[in-house]
Design a protein around this ligand. Structure first.
Ligand code: GLN
Ligand code: ZN
Length: 760
C-alpha cells in the first residue's frame, strides 16, 4: 500500500515565504533572493516528506502567492488589463505579482485580479478571468522546472496540477454569452504539452486536483471531466494519472469519478466516509486501478483516531488488494500549520491532542503499517496510547451529555416583534434620521501594535497596557464627538483580531505560538484551537464599553464577534458535534451581551462577517447549516430588553443566497459592505424587501481614498429611493483598523456632512 501526500504548507516553518515576499515587494531584496527562498522551502519540504518515508511526494504544490494564479500563469491566461505589463516588464515575476496585488507607477494603474475563498476554506485564490475566445499557451514552466529541481535532489516527485475542469469552473467569464467550460478544447492542449514535458523528464505520476468533484456539478462539467481524462489517457498511456477530490463526498458525481480512466482516484474519507462503501458496492465498475484513501484530516489539527482509521482500512482491505490501495491525508496540508514541535508553550493536555502537517505525515506512515501484519513494539505502543487517548475523551464527552448542560431546547429570540421594539428603541435612543456610526474599529496605529507586542512579551504590565489603551479610547470618543457621529464606538484598541481576542479570553480555547496557516498571498492567520468546553469566566468587553459610555452622552455601541464567525475561523474540536460547540460559544456571547446591557449599553453589535462563507459546498446542506447558524446567533442576544438595539455587520459576501436567513436573524440594524460589490448587494436587500433598519456602507475602507460629500450623498439618495429613508443608517462599509487617521477623519467628516444634508 503506497503512501503519498497531496500538498505541503509552503509558507515555511517560520513564515519564511511571507517575510521574503514582503521584503521583495518593498524592494529591499531582489528577484534572486526571493527565488532562493522558494528553493529552500521546497527543498526543506521535500526532505521532511522524504524522511517521513512517503512513497510519493508532491511537487508544484509550492506557490509564491496562490496555486490558482500559478495555473493561470502556466496556461498563459493573462487578463487583458495586464498585457501591457507583460510586454513592458517582460518579467514573469513582476507580471505574477501585478495580477495578485495590482500595479501602480507613473504611467500604469491596474487593480489586482479578484480574490475569493477556496471552496469552504479560509484560503483565498485569485480568480481566473476568461474571454469568450480566450487563448491559452504554455507560459510558465514552473511545474516542469520544479519537478527537475526535486529530481536533482534525488526525489522523483508527483507533480500536482490544478485539474482543467476545476480550473475553468473557478474562473469567471468576461461576458454572459459563454460558459468557461466551453474553453476546455482550447485549454487541454496546454495541459498535454505540460504532461509531455513532465514525462520526458521522467515523471511517472501526475496528480490532478479536481475538488469541484465535491460540489454540485452540472452534466456539462461531468462530461468535461470524462473528456479530459480520456484524452489524457489516450495520449499518455504510460503516465500514472491521479485525480484527487477533496472537501466532501462525491455524491452525485460518484459515477463520473469512477468512470475516469485513470491510475488512481483520491477520496476525502474524512469528509465523505460513505464514498468507501459506495466504491466497494461498485467495484466492478471502477475504471481506476487504485484508490487513494484520504484518511488523515488535512483540514484540522487533531490527532488521527487510529482505531477508527484501522477499521476503515480493514474494510478497504477486505475488498481491495494492498496494491490497489494508497494512503494519504484527506487534502493538501496547506490548511494546517507546519510543525507541532515549534509549540513549546502549549499545555500538555492540549498538545497531546494535536498533529500539524509534519505529524500528519507520520500518521499516514503509521497507518500504512496497520495492514502489514508484523508490528514492532513501537508501533504497538503508539497505537495503545492513541486508543487510550480516545477512550478517555469519549468518557468525558459522555459525562457531559448526561449532564445535559446545553440549553438547545430553550427558546431563542427577542421578546417583541421589530415594530414594537423599534418604538421602545426610538424612545430610548432619540437618534436623528440617517443616524451616523462606524463599524467598530478605529486605526490601529503602530504605536498601539507596539504596546500590545510589549504587553504580550511581558515588557509592560497589564496596568500600564490598560492605561495606555484607556488614553486612546478617551481620545477616540472625543474625536467622534467632534466629528458629530451619532452612535459612538470605543475603537477596539484592545483587539488584535476580532476572533483571536475573544478566543484568548474564553476558556477551552488555546493559542499557538507558531501555528500559522496561509490565508492569502503573504497573509497568514493563527486560528484559535477550540479544544474543550467553551465558557466565559469573566466579562470580555464590558470594562471598555462602560468606560467609553461614561465619557459621552451619545450612545456607545458594544462590539462583539458572533458565534458563527468565532467557530468558522477556528480549529474546532471533533469529539462533540460542532453544533454543541457553537451553542457553547453562543451562550458565552450571550452572557457578555446581557452584561453589557446591565452596564447601561443601549446598542450592541454582534459581527458575523463569516456567516455566509460557512455555507456547505452542497446546496442540499444549506438549509440545515443556516438553521443552526440562525439559532446560534439568536441565542447570543436572547434575553435583552426591547429597548436594547441589536446590530450585526457582514461584509464581502454575496448575500443573495442567504437573504431569508439574514432576515431570520431578526436584528434591529444590519450594516453591510456595499461600496465594492456596488449595487448588487443593495439590490438583494431591496428585492427581498428587507424589513428592518439597514446601513449600506457608503465608502470603501480598503482604500486610503477620501470620498466626497456629494459622492456619499448620491449613494444615500439612491439608497433612499429603494429603502424607506427612516430605515437607513449611514456608515463606512467595514472597520477602520487598517486605515490611517488622516484619511479616516476627513472621510468621516464628509460622511457626517452627507448625512446632515440628507436630513435637511
Ligand atoms: N467590528 C469589526 C471592526 O470594525 C468588524 C470587522 C469585520 O467585519 N471584519 O473591525
Ligand atoms: Zn466588515
Amino acid at each position: 500500500m503506497q503512501t503519498h501526500n497531496l500538498g505541503y504548507p509552503r509558507i515555511g516553518t517560520h513564515r519564511d515565504l511571507k517575510k521574503a515576499s514582503e521584503k521583495f515587494w518593498k524592494g529591499s531584496i531582489g528577484t534572486n533572493a526571493l527565488l532562493e527562498t522558494g528553493r529552500l522551502i521546497r527543498a526543506s519540504n521535500w526532505k521532511i516528506q522524504n524522511e517521513a518515508g512517503l512513497d510519493l511526494i508532491p511537487s508544484n504544490d509550492f506557490s509564491f502567492y496562490d496555486q490558482v494564479l500559478d495555473n493561470t500563469m502556466m496556461v498563459g491566461a493573462i487578463p487583458e488589463a495586464f498585457h501591457d505589463i507583460a510586454v513592458q516588464k517582460n518579467n514573469e515575476m513582476e507580471l505574477y505579482f501585478a495580477m495578485a496585488r495590482g500595479y501602480q507607477d507613473d504611467t500604469i494603474d491596474i487593480k489586482a485580479c479578484e480574490m475569493t475563498k477556496w471552496f469552504d476554506t479560509n484560503y483565498h485564490y485569485i480568480v481566473p478571468e476568461f474571454t469568450k475566445d480566450q487563448p491559452f499557451e504554455l507560459l510558465s514552466r514552473d511545474a516542469i522546472n520544479q519537478f527537475c529541481e526535486a529530481k536533482k535532489l534525488g526525489i522523483t516527485t508527483k507533480p500536482v496540477l490544478l485539474g482543467p475542469v476545476t480550473y475553468l469552473l473557478l474562473g469567471k467569464a468576461s461576458s454572459a454569452d459563454f460558459d468557461p467550460l466551453d474553453l476546455l478544447n482550447n485549454l487541454l492542449p496546454v495541459y498535454l504539452e505540460v504532461l509531455e514535458a513532465l514525462e520526458q523528464h521522467g515523471a511517472q505520476w501526475v496528480q490532478f486536483d479536481e475538488p469541484m468533484l465535491a460540489t454540485d456539478l452540472p452534466e456539462k462539467a461531468k462530461e468535461a471531466l470524462l473528456l479530459t481524462y480520456k484524452t489524457i489517457a489516450r495520449r499518455f498511456p504510460y503516465l500514472k494519472i491521479m485525480v484527487s477530490s477533496y472537501f466532501g463526498a462525491l455524491e452525485d458525481n460518484f459515477n463520473t469519478a469512477i468512470a475516469l480512466p485513470i491510475e488512481a482516484l483520491h477520496l476525502d474519507l474524512c469528509k465523505g466516509q460513505e464514498d468507501l462503501d459506495r466504491l466497494i458496492e461498485n467495484k466492478p465498475f471502477l475504471k481506476c486501478k487504485k484508490i487513494s484513501l484520504g484518511i488523515v484530516n488535512g483540514r484540522n489539527v487533531w490527532i488521527n483516531n487510529f482505531r477508527q482509521s484501522i477499521e476503515l482500512l480493514t474494510k478497504a482491505r477486505a475488498n481491495f488488494s494492498l496494491e490497489q490501495l494508497m494512503l494519504a491525508p484527506s487534502c493538501s496540508l496547506l490548511h494546517v500549520p507546519c510543525d507541532l514541535e515549534e509549540e513549546t508553550e502549549l499545555e500538555k493536555a492540549v498538545l497531546e491532542k494535536l498533529a500539524f502537517a509534519k505529524q500528519k505525515l507520520q500518521e499516514v506512515k503509521f497507518l500504512s503499517k496497520a495492514l502489514s501484519g508484523k508490528h514492532d513494539q513501537q508501533w504497538l505502543q503508539t497505537l495503545e496510547s492513541n486508543v487510550g487517548h480516545f477512550n478517555a475523551s469519549e468518557n468525558t464527552t459522555r459525562d457531559k451529555n448526561e449532564e445535559g448542560a446545553f440549553e438547545s431546547d430553550k427558546k431563542t429570540g427577542r421578546i417583541s416583534a421589530f415594530p414594537i421594539r423599534r418604538m421602545a428603541q426610538k424612545e430610548s435612543l432619540k437618534l436623528p434620521p440617517f443616524p451616523t456610526t462606524t463599524i467598530g474599529s478605529f486605526p490601529q496605529t503602530s504605536k498601539i501594535r507596539k504596546w500590545r507586542k510589549d504587553f504580550k512579551s511581558r515588557k509592560i504590565d497589564q496596568t500600564l497596557y490598560d492605561s495606555l489603551l484607556k488614553k486612546e479610547l478617551e481620545e477616540v470618543i472625543q474625536t467622534q464627538e467632534v466629528l458629530g457621529l451619532d452612535v459612538l464606538v470605543h475603537g477596539e484598541y484592545e483587539r488584535n483580531d476580532m476572533v483571536e481576542y475573544f478566543g484568548e479570553l474564553l476558556d477551552g480555547v488555546a493559542f499557538t505560538k507558531n501555528g500559522w496557516v496561509q490565508s492569502y498571498g503573504s497573509r497568514c492567520v493563527k486560528p484559535p484551537i477550540i479544544h474543550s468546553d467553551v465558557k466565559r469566566s469573566k466579562a470580555m468587553t464590558v470594562q471598555w464599553a462602560k468606560l467609553a459610555q461614561s465619557l459621552t452622552k451619545k450612545p456607545v455601541k458594544g462590539m462583539l464577534t458572533g458565534p458563527n464567525t468565532i467557530l468558522l475561523w477556528s480549529f474546532v474540536r471533533e469529539d462533540q458535534a460542532r453544533s454543541i460547540t457553537k451553542e457553547q460559544i453562543a451562550c458565552a456571547i450571550q452572557e457578555e451581551v446581557l452584561d453589557l446591557e446591565l452596564a447601561g449599553i443601549k446598542i450592541i453589535q454582534i459581527d458575523e462577517p463569516a456567516l455566509r462563507e460557512g455555507l456547505p459546498l452542497k446546496k442540499r446542506q444549506h438549509a440545515a447549516y443556516l438553521k443552526e447558524a440562525i439559532e446560534a446567533f439568536k441565542r447570543s442576544y436572547t434575553g435583552v430588553e426591547d429597548k436594547t438595539q441589536i446590530h450585526t455587520h457582514m461584509c464581502y459576501s454575496s448575500f443573495n443566497q442567504i437573504m431569508e436567513a439574514i432576515r431570520a436573524l431578526d436584528v434591529d440594524v444590519i450594516t453591510i459592505e456595499c461600496s465594492r460589490s456596488g449595487n448588487e448587494l443593495m439590490d438583494a436587500f431591496v428585492d427581498f424587501n428587507y424589513p428592518n433598519e439597514i446601513g449600506p456602507g457608503v465608502y470603501d475602507i480598503h482604500s486610503p481614498r477620501v470620498p466626497s460629500v456629494s459622492e456619499m450623498k448620491a449613494l444615500l439618495k439612491k439608497a433612499s429611493q429603494v429603502i424607506p429613508p427612516e430605515l437607513l443608517w449611514v456608515n463606512p462599509d467595514c472597520g477602520l483598523k487598517t486605515r490611517g487617521w488622516e484619511e479616516t477623519k476627513r472621510s468621516l467628516a464628509n460622511m457626517v456632512e452627507a448625512a446632515a444634508q440628507m436630513r435637511a
